[in-house]
Design a protein around this ligand. Structure first.
Ligand SMILES: NC(=O)C1=CN([C@@H]2O[C@H](COP(=O)(O)OP(=O)(O)OC[C@H]3O[C@@H](n4cnc5c(N)ncnc54)[C@H](OP(=O)(O)O)[C@@H]3O)[C@@H](O)[C@H]2O)C=CC1
Ligand SMILES: O=C1O[C@H](COP(=O)(O)O)[C@@H](O)[C@H](O)[C@H]1O
Length: 586
């Protein structure tokens, strides 16, 4: 058994069936395959794509092909029956495994907040959009005692239909819920996972089964759950993948220990480390904006860019999550992952292709070119209670699950630098905070001045008035806008600032999918581009671990800021040190 390069031909099809012929002499190989899968159509359309197909001949003689964009981890020995004989042209019907394969998705920690708020609604949205395979089963797994109906009832409260497509919504929900089941068990019990395995098998009914486990549980029980799921409930003849939620450790050492422990039971390509910011529409669009428009890429360097800002703010505190948050703080919760991931995508060199490994290779390179964050380049804050309009908003330490003397930052601002030829000397500023005046996430790119600008005198002394700024508003009200200087219409010569504005709600009638939808679908399809590879994670932690340790060791007291304010004044001094003004305050 070996792999070889073969070409498959198929006429483009809009449905899931078609025929192709193969000159393959193995049952597994890379095929240049022109086909339109409904499940993949959001990405591939009817374009020519490279797919790996694992073809397996089932006992009844039918051939089941498992399409996957990258190499699948299905053990080769399991494909024994699927060997296609040498030098012969094979033609067989390919029907997207309609009757022969199934995906079982187990949400581990199904009783929890994330499962209810995000995972089940995203799975329903995928079902509603026709993106889930024909045969699938969803299992909730947690310690809480619940019947299938109780799970369905709990889940039904958070399902919503697309605003732009409400047809058959109730009916679709019913159909979806009928395919949701529940199994109660401990996270460290192989026996309980074996019971789950038995139930999964009943639902899989002899089909070629693939299994996805979503670990929506606190990090201290990740390893036990992975051990039990992998030893007792892995798929016998399909793939088994595990989505792991952050936090992936709290520093370099604990992250490496977590990765090491996960790898005792899983191979790297079975681990899908999720960072839901990578699934956000505007973050996905970052590469498109940059690499498919001639006007941006040539400007994307120290030559034209003065600074870049990554800003995250929430207008609510840590209410209800104080216990978790106090152990991590805002730098680990938002900066080391969400903002740094966006930064890496923003600053990386052009990847060789759009393949997951090519993109992740570039991200690792840029992360490794960065200087570890220095204590002088960080300021931290913590919100205190504030009364506004007769309402009292509690301070961080008013939360009963937070120690009264906690020094955990709920706000941080930082200046980072990439020591490579493209970005030498350009400050990459980050700012993230809870309980601020607004909820938003954006990337701001501030350009340099126009050299010898003929209109200098029209701008007065305000430098920021004169320079262009590109804003990528990730949320809310997704938009990309470019601030330009413009002549005010009239007989005089007065200049003002205007926005060239691509506001998504005005341009696209379609509702924007939630990040979890994209990421779940990618995990089902084996697309790893938006998931974090272990070397990326190591590089990310190396940048933040020294300063996190120093903050804790030196017991740095965070600057307090009132709930609902714009955050501590220190953030302005930090920016000013690098001659930067935060763009969100303009
Ligand atoms: N909630 C959110 O918005 C986000 C969460 N995350 C991450 O996702 C994961 C899940 O988050 P979330 O749903 O909020 O977590 P929860 O605290 O709600 O926990 C999920 C489930 O795990 C079980 N559980 C909780 N604590 C323990 C414990 N000490 N020992 C054993 N089981 C426990 C409970 O189920 P039962 O008792 O029934 O077994 C609970 O319903 C976490 O890793 C979190 O960091 C990431 C981003 C955002
Ligand atoms: O990962 C996390 O993200 C949320 C913010 O996510 P968003 O998609 O609502 O912007 C944040 O509230 C939470 O603290 C953090 O753990």
């Amino acid at each position: 058994m070996y792999q070889d390069m073969v070409t498959l031909y198929s006429s483009p099809s809009t449905n899931c069936s078609g025929a192709f012929s193969s000159y393959s002499n193995s049952s597994i190989g890379f095929y240049n395959y022109h086909y339109n899968f409904p499940i993949s159509s959001r990405k591939f359309g009817s374009h020519k794509i490279y797919l790996q197909i694992n073809a397996v001949r089932m006992q009844d003689g039918a051939v089941v092909a498992q399409p996957s964009k990258t190499q699948d981890e299905t053990p080769l020995k399991k494909l024994k029956d699927g060997i296609l004989s040498k030098e012969q042209k094979h033609t067989f019907d390919f029907d997207c495994n309609k009757d022969k394969s199934t995906v079982s998705i187990t949400v581990v920690g199904a009783s929890g907040d994330l499962a209810k708020k995000k995972i089940f609604p995203a799975l329903f949205a995928l079902y509603y959009e026709g993106c889930l395979p024909e045969h699938f089963t969803i299992f909730g797994y947690a310690r809480s005692k619940m019947t299938d109906d109780e799970l369905r009832n709990m889940v039904s409260k958070t399902l919503t239909c697309r605003i732009d497509k409400r047809e058959n919504c109730g009916e679709k929900m019913e159909q979806f819920l009928e395919r949701c089941f529940y199994h109660s068990g401990q996270y460290d019990s192989q026996e309980h996972f074996a019971e789950l395995d038995k139930k999964l098998k009943e639902h899989e009914a002899g089909r070629f089964s693939n299994r996805l486990f979503y670990l929506s549980i606190p990090p201290n029980i990740f390893i036990n759950a992975v051990r039990c799921a992998s030893l007792s409930a892995s798929s016998a003849h399909g793939w088994t993948r595990v989505i792991v939620e952050k936090p992936f450790g709290r520093d370099s050492e604990s992250s490496a220990a977590l990765t090491g422990a996960l790898k005792q039971y899983l191979k790297e390509d079975q681990i899908f480390r999720i960072d839901h910011y990578l699934g956000k529409e505007l973050v996905e669009n970052l590469s498109v904006l940059r690499f498919s428009n001639l006007i941006f890429e040539p400007l994307w360097s120290r030559q034209y860019i003065r600074n870049v800002q990554f800003i995250f703010s929430e207008d609510f505190g840590t209410e209800g999550r104080g216990g978790y948050f106090d152990h991590y703080g805002i730098i680990r919760d938002i900066m080391q992952n969400h903002l740094l991931q966006i930064l890496a995508l923003f600053a990386m060199e052009t990847p060789v292709s759009l393949d997951a490994e090519d993109i992740r290779n570039e991200k690792v390179k840029v992360l490794r070119s960065m200087r570890p964050l220095q204590l002088d380049d960080v300021i931290v804050g913590q919100y205190k209670s504030h009364t506004k309009g007769g309402v009292n908003y509690p301070g961080y330490t008013d939360d009963k699950t937070v120690p009264k003397d906690s020094l955990t930052p709920t706000f941080a601002a930082a200046a980072l630098f990439i020591d490579n030829a493209r970005w030498d000397g350009v400050p990459f500023l980050m700012k993230a905070g809870k309980a601020l005046h607004t909820r938003s996430a954006e990337i701001r790119v501030q350009f340099r001045h126009v050299p010898g600008n003929l209109y200098n005198k029209n701008f007065g002394s305000d430098l920021d008035q004169a320079t262009n700024e590109l804003v990528i508003r990730v949320q809310p009200d997704e938009a990309i806008y470019l601030k330009i200087n413009n002549k005010v219409p009239g007989l005089g010569m007065r200049l003002d600032r205007s926005n060239l504005n691509l506001l998504y709600s005005a341009r696209y009638a379609k509702e924007i999918p939630d990040a979890y939808e994209r990421l779940l679908l990618d995990a089902i399809e084996g697309e790893r581009r938006l998931f974090i590879r272990s070397d990326e994670l190591d590089a990310a932690w190396s940048l933040f671990t020294p300063v996190l340790k120093e903050l804790e060791h030196k017991k740095i007291v965070p600057e307090s800021y009132p709930y609902g304010s714009r955050g501590p004044i220190g953030a302005h001094y930090l920016a000013a040190r690098y001659k930067v003004r935060w763009g969100d305050l303009a």
